[in-house]
Design a binder for this molecule. Sequence first.
Ligand code: SFD
Ligand code: AMP
Length: 628
Amino acid sequence: MANFETVTVKTDLLIVGGGMAACGAAVEAAHWAKKNGLSVALVDKAAVDRSGAVAMGLSAINQYVGLMEGDNTLTDYIRYVRNDLMGVTREDCVANIARHVDGSVHLFEKWGLPIWKDEKGGYVHEGRWQLMINGESYKVIVAEAAKNAIGIDNIYERVFIVGPLMDGDRVAGAVGFSIREEKFYVFHAKAVIVGMGGAVHVFKPRSAGEGLGRAWYPPWNSGSSAYFTLKAGAEMTCQEVRFIPVRFKDAYGPVGAWFLLFKSRATNGLGENYMQTNADELQNWLPYGKVKPVPANLRNWLMLLDVMEGKGPIFMRTEEAIGNIAAEFKDDPKAYKKKMKELESEAWEDFLDMTISQAILWAASNVAPEERSSEIAAAEPYFIGSHSGASGAWVSGPSDIQTGETKNEYYWGYDCMSTVNGLFCAGDASGASSHKFSSGSHAEGRIAAKFAIKFILDNNSEPNIGGAGIEELKKEILAPLDRFAEFSKNTTDAEINPDYIRPKMFMFRLQKLMDEYAGGVTAQFKTSKPLLDKGMELLDFLREDSCKLAAEDLHELMRCWENIHRMWQAEAHVRTILFREETRWPGYYFRPDFPEMKDEWKVFANCKWHPATGEWEMMKRPIYQIFD
Ligand code: SFD
Ligand code: AMP
């Protein structure tokens, strides 16, 4: 067996992940832990400075409610999120985040993040809820505050977390391995906050060959949050609510600034604006078809209707939008030239701040946005509960935003705690509280940390971790290395071997079956019971073969476990799409066997994997409207 040193770390609170939610958690936890003499540790598979979705930076802060400025009320925000998710949202959780999010944004500014200002010193809004930033170094700034708060000695970087440690029905820590040294890590903790993001590459991406890593969602978030919480026995929610972002084609550049700030239109290959020509379709999805803004999935759907009719390509009319803004200065050639330069630079910065490859693609394909439109397209599905998807763990809401009715269903003592004692979730890891984005994930991390510390103070005993179980786990986690060492010499090409499968091939198998059977790009985001049943059969075979994964080195060992995590995310997804017998989010997925939205399905579709039996349970949970 691979001879790795076992490193044991004991801490009171363990934060797994080092992204926006985890950094928020670190800052808040440090404050309360210091007051109470408790310890906090954070583990990231990468380096916190540039890890997670914000690694490359961002060009906007997508959640800013403006409560202090009096721009909006909490109810305004809840209504927006409720409508965007076709009625499926936990209003208590969304409100809890929304009332704290502006505080996170003010902290970012204090820590040095440049937020655009207008001539009066107010924030420049991209849209009603979004602020423009110079965000290339966003993550570095947020990480620095987190590192200063809990201290560099308590941060474990380049340690990949595989799964939870349990003490009965209470979480007791986590296990993982270093991706740089031959070390197996065992973290003992009294509470754990999961902030390991969502998942990409579960579905086949549009990108192929050497472009494979170019997806919208960061390739290094691989479903670890879903795996961790499922394996701990936590109830999950909205596992069917994947996110399909419309993006600039092939390099996945963001569209928000174009639609909202530059007020651009998108048109089909015939020059028609599908939001107008297909507007009648919105009547089929009432009441959400008539709200403003049109929900993200319905915007996608109107576009996809044209694509399915062969009316592509779809173009973002950048030249028209820039021309319209500059037209105001037409009578003054000098001012016009200056404005055009300014707009050109803003257009490029939008990509350079967060999706550098899109700027490279523009340069490589001679695109001048002020002269020529660029193609946009619907990307492959992703799991990102913090954006316009909703997948994640089912967590307790706050005590003070409940009604008599909701308290029984939505509240069990500690904000952001999953149904497993001591296991907290934030950001992409928690479900049914969409539209938190970077700032809301940070705010939710802060909330989770405050309540995780409270949980520890209320349950301040060392969890019991069975020693024998640890050796078993170590053996199982490192097994792909042993398998490669044992069998790789049996064939002339180490890639091809009857005794094992390498993680990349395993990932291709997963992606192909999800793409074809669970409504990926190739299937035009459509699926049905017969397709999903077949997909489940193929997933069963894949699960059998997961015991044959082999790794040549530490990096590949990480790839093996990333793909096991993806496979679990995939299974939760397929089971939940199958369970929900309606189409609620056309544009994210469409079920021709149940093509309509139904009142009886205005519920949360939740699922749970039972650790004791290995059985999956599917259940409905009620949706309560708390705000007007
Ligand atoms: O506009 C393990 N998001 C945007 N939010 C904004 O506010 N503004 C924008 O401009 C945004 N844009 C955007 C966004 C996302 C993406 C992918 C793109 C563009 C291309 C959304 C936010 O980024 C998102 O809401 C938050 O980042 C979510 O925070 P969090 O903490 O849930 O996830 P994370 O930041 O990705 O961090 C995950 C961490 O987990 C680590 N990790 N660590 C140990 N072991 C494992 N097994 C692990 N697996 C993962 C990661 O390394 C990372 O530290 S716009 O285009 O939409
Ligand atoms: P995106 O770049 O698509 O991630 O969008 C950034 C932000 O703008 C998110 O809050 C989106 O919901 C919002 N957004 C993008 N496009 C539109 C649109 N056409 N109408 C309203 N909101 C939009």
